[in-house]
Design a protein around this ligand. Sequence first.
Ligand code: FE2
Length: 402
Amino acid sequence: MVKDEMFQERVVRVEKPSSHFTLLRAPNGEFLSTSDTNELSVFDYVDDKAIWEKVGGKNAYRHIVTGIQLEVEAADAENGCYLRYQGNLLANDGSVGGEGAVFSAGHGPAHLPSAYLESFQENGWVCLPSIVAPDIVEELERVSCTGRWEAETYERRVPPLNETAAVAKIITEPVSLWLMRQYMKTREIRLGHSPGFAILSPDDGKRRVQGWHSDFPYLWGIAGSETVNRIPVHKVDGLVMGVQRNLCVSEFRKENGATCFKLGSHTFGQGPPVEWINGNTSRQEGVRESKGLPYTGPEADVVEAPAGSYIVYDSRIWHRAGVNRTAHKRAAMLQAVIPMFIMPFMDTSRPYKDFIHSSLADELTELEHRELESVMVNKMVGPQGHLAITVDDELTGRISVT
Ligand SMILES: [Fe+2]
């Protein structure tokens, strides 16, 4: 490819929203929502019924689905408030009457969860712009040594989960959890690995550039060792074995190396073409010098998104990291998410145990603890009940890898 034909990918830009809805959390972290009979109640997930809007000029919240309006009354607890419906205080469980509970009002999505789901199901990917609150994004910039902290160098000592509670907060982000459970058609979803940073430094014209591939568990185009079985290439409609949930810690732009996709390729039932330079090829020594960059032409798409956005996509979609043509580092936090019947990529039990035994655990609500356990602890469920699965050091030492 000659130089003029490089970086011709189509840009799909997701703009920074001008406003966000509000999520109202009960003391245990559950979300104030409505039941099928339109009664106020709390639930452990966020769909459209958990979406509230601040009423302009008034100290009140309006429920988007039913129009129910709640008055806000300041409470003593930090950042909390009492909520009144028709003059009566709301209790812990969201019911009217009884002892009033302190709710917290927090950063919500820019659009309704059902709108995101429709787009996800139709296209195999969706972007939730700025879904993560700015203070959490800033904390992740600090830990990844990007943004204001880019003069420092990130050295991974422990998994990011064990460095800051911000990672557990983004793991348990409720709208994306609901979307992935809907898309994979199961409530039982797991992290394939503890979340990790992908930090892309400015390109120097020489460094290795990631080739085209599908993500875990498929790993088409980047199969890894021949001794490891991955999902065979196949075409099956209706069964999804993995979703990738990537957080844009930095704003994602074409120039700073936002991910390049071949949108729609999750339906092709095959990996990326070898001519595009896939992940197996790009790993080889001297490929950039001999063959140039992986495909950067107009058949590819770059998704641009504001900082704090989740880009959630079917793991089969062909993609690769971009090329950072700016002077600044850009960071993302990557999470492969799988249904419980897929073997995880890495052991999540160790970082999870380290987390729950650390002081970081104190920063989570009861619901966030339940969700973190749910996505990080793999289980066998059988006649003996629920058994947690972890790595066995003795057997690990004994197994022979052929
Ligand atoms: Fe990837």
